[in-house]
Design a protein. Structure first.
Length: 255
């Protein structure tokens, strides 16, 4: 059942929950939301030990999208969901969601412990943000998705064509394509921010053993700057980590 938390700027943030036990909030990556992304399956894998909350990030699904966007608004959104979960939660984010939970920790949002899986601080030098904003301003959502998947993420050139062969999936992607600049702005130049050195929340930094060289550097750079961070590499995993592999690692850390 959908519930709503109210962010600091009044934006309604849609969330749901399952399970029982201590609160655990999950944060999705780019173009993902409750009905299209990994969080729901991860929640199911953890619901035997936690009350798991997952939500539609700003501008996605049933959540609002007050403008102008700023990464600080997303930190406030996460804080609102944590408050709705009782104000004393574990938090885990994947991909750009991992970057968001680290930003929240650096901003002083109260969390019991925080975990990040492959926050993509991969050191891109191209001005992706300007290009994305122009594509969205031109109404070219398909082009924005293609640009994100190939030029930014590095997927094969034929991947956008394959996605078009799955009309339902591609429609879901187009519905949230306008939020791609949000993730790019959140990642602030794709370099690990120096402010992460101020994080005091116990932190788990994770990556998959099948990560690319630039993602490997990103994972190790995050672990290197967050004080006393625990680094865990999940054997055989890619950026699309298996919930059944992820769950026991989180349970051990969140004990």
């Amino acid at each position: 059942m959908t519930s709503f938390a109210t962010s600091k700027d009044g934006t309604a943030i849609a969330y749901e929950s399952m399970g029982s036990g201590p609160a655990l909030v999950l944060v999705d990556g780019a173009m993902c939301y409750r009905e299209f992304g990994p969080a729901k399956d991860v929640a199911a894998a953890l619901a035997d030990s936690y009350t798991v909350y997952w939500y539609d990030r700003r501008g996605r699904g049933e959540s609002g999208d007050a403008l102008p966007y700023a990464p600080a608004r997303e930190v406030e959104d996460l804080a609102a969901v944590i408050a709705a979960a009782g104000g004393d939660a574990y938090v885990m984010g994947q991909s750009s969601g991992g970057a968001l939970v680290l930003e929240a920790a650096a901003s002083g949002v109260p969390m019991r412990k925080v975990a990040s899986y492959e926050a993509p601080y991969v050191g891109q030098s191209t001005d992706f943000l300007a290009k994305q904003k122009q594509l969205i301003a031109d109404g070219n959502r398909k082009g924005a998705i293609d640009y994100f998947m190939t030029t930014m993420v590095g997927a094969p050139f034929f991947m956008p064509l394959m996605m078009r062969l799955m009309p339902k999936v591609f429609r879901q992607l187009q519905a949230v394509a306008h939020t791609l600049p949000y993730d790019t702005e959140l990642l602030s130049g794709f370099e690990v921010p120096a402010r992460f050195a101020s994080i005091t929340t116990p932190t788990l930094v994770m990556g998959g053993s099948k990560y690319k060289a630039n993602m490997k550097k990103a994972v190790h750079d995050v672990a290197g700057i967050v004080p006393d961070a625990k680094l865990v590499i999940l054997e055989g995993q890619t950026h699309q980590v298996s919930p059944t592999v992820l769950a026991p690692v989180l349970k051990e850390f969140f004990q």
